[in-house]
Design a protein around this ligand. Structure first.
Ligand code: COA
Length: 259
């Protein structure tokens, strides 16, 4: 991949790609250039057979992402606001959510507004103990516009989404764990290792099954799709994959599957 990137760092080791949002002086706030770079890299990772899992994190010790870059939209009109949200949904947040490869958000420090929305679009979230997260948009006179009103309600429940969005309050890692916004909390110095450990666990499993599982879980939130029917058909489609043959043979031969 030959890309000139200013706002993110991309490292690939084996089958694991780590994408670091790298604007620490602005607490990694998501400006348009960063969103475009993230979109390009994630699309490239989707098409790269070497990449099996992606970790997203933020540079520095203070923030994952402190939100969309407020300085970029302070003078926007209705049309510009709508276009900003639409572009973000299509080019980045939905792209991540629907990716065929698992994405892990490793959240260090602040994940606010678009930052929490970015983490919510990932498939798995690992938080450092210093994580502080929230959707404070109503304090700026706007609402979450990168999927936060939908994904927070899906992940944490409607009541908690109402509480967090209407109060604009930040919550700490322990409360986020209690709300199901993250599934693990580790000391800050162990965050990278914890995310890699999770990635390695996932990478032991069949890539095609991972991709189908993501699609099926997402189907329960899609409109006009019966998730149960979707699961039945997708389950059936597993049975002509080489990975199914390898997984079941490995079990019967009492060895580890080699996907
Ligand atoms: N957009 C643009 N710039 C941002 C930003 C954002 N969402 N969040 C932080 N920054 C910038 C600050 O403007 C500051 O830049 P400067 O040094 O050029 O003035 C720099 O990042 C450091 O932030 P600062 O506010 O000085 O750090 P802090 O430790 O005092 O406060 C926060 C940290 C996260 C509480 C505070 O930065 C904040 O409230 N950010 C906005 C959060 C938000 O509302 N996000 C949702 C946006 S829709």
């Amino acid at each position: 991949m030959h890309l000139s990137l200013k706002n993110i760092l991309v490292e690939t080791e084996g089958h694991l790609q780590t994408i670091t949002i790298n604007r620490p002086s602005k607490l990694n706030a998501l400006n348009q250039a960063t969103i475009e770079e993230l979109s390009t890299c994630i699309q490239a990772a989707e098409n790269d057979p070497k990449v099996k899992v992606i970790i997203m994190t933020g540079a520095g010790k203070k923030a994952f992402v402190a939100g969309a870059d407020i300085s970029e939209f302070s003078n926007f009109s209705i049309e510009q606001g709508k276009a900003l949200s639409q572009k973000g949904h299509h080019e980045l947040f939905n792209l991540i959510d629907k990716l065929s490869k698992p994405v892990i958000a490793a959240v260090n420090g602040f994940a606010l507004g678009g930052g929490l929305e970015l983490a919510l679009s990932a498939h798995v979230r690992v938080f450092a103990e210093n994580a502080l997260v929230g959707l404070p948009e109503t304090s700026l006179g706007i609402i979450p516009g990168y999927g936060g009103t939908q994904r927070l309600a899906q992940i944490a429940g409607k009541g908690r989404a109402m509480h967090m969005i209407l109060s604009a309050e930040m919550i700490d890692a322990a409360k986020a764990l209690d709300y199901g916004i993250t599934t693990s909390v580790v000391p800050q110095e162990d965050l990278a290792e914890a995310a890699i450990k999770m990635a390695n666990k996932i990478m032991r499993n069949a890539p095609s099954a991972l991709s189908k599982a993501i699609q099926c879980i997402n189907a329960s939130y899609a409109h006009k799709i019966d998730g149960f029917d979707y699961e039945i058909n997708t389950f059936g489609s597993c049975f002509n994959t080489p990975e199914f043959k390898e997984g079941t043979m490995a079990f019967l031969e009492k060895r580890k599957a080699n996907f």
